[in-house]
Design a protein around this ligand. Structure first.
Ligand SMILES: [Ca+2]
Ligand SMILES: [Ca+2]
Length: 130
């Protein structure tokens, strides 16, 4: 869990990781088995909540895209890494990439719903080399 102002409005959003979150594979394809039928796809999830008027609202969930990678096991705010005024954050998936682990970096946006995988960079290669 982490608090990051991802949309730059001066109020922190709350990021909640659910590394054991699973789908009964429907929208996602299991790269390891090559199958997407009848398997539980344990991909992990990070949800971003905004807070206003005394209530939290879930705005978007980001999924790990890899079975049993434990995406969301760690979340860390990075400040404003790229200097665009929106808070950025890193999500760890310690069992992704055949157990090597990846760190995915996401960049904040004014529109919280637009924070997605295309927006992400991974540190997989650097971690694998260390
Ligand atoms: Ca905010
Ligand atoms: Ca930023």
């Amino acid at each position: 869990m982490a608090a990051v102002d991802v949309n730059g409005d001066g109020q922190d959003e709350v990021l909640v990781g659910a590394p054991l979150f699973f789908n009964e594979a429907g929208g996602h394809h299991d790269q390891q088995s090559g199958s997407s039928q009848g398997v539980y796809f344990e991909e992990g999830r990070v949800s971003i909540f905004t807070y206003s008027d005394g209530a939290f609202e879930e705005r978007i969930s980001i999924f790990g895209m890899e079975n049993a990678g434990r995406f969301g096991a760690a979340i860390a705010g990075l400040g404003d890494l790229d200097g665009d005024g929106f808070g950025d954050f890193a999500v760890g998936a310690p069992f992704s990439a055949s157990g090597v682990g990846i760190v995915a970096i996401y960049f904040g946006k004014s529109d919280v719903e637009s924070i997605q995988g295309k927006n992400r960079r991974t540190l997989r290669e650097k971690l694998a080399a260390s």
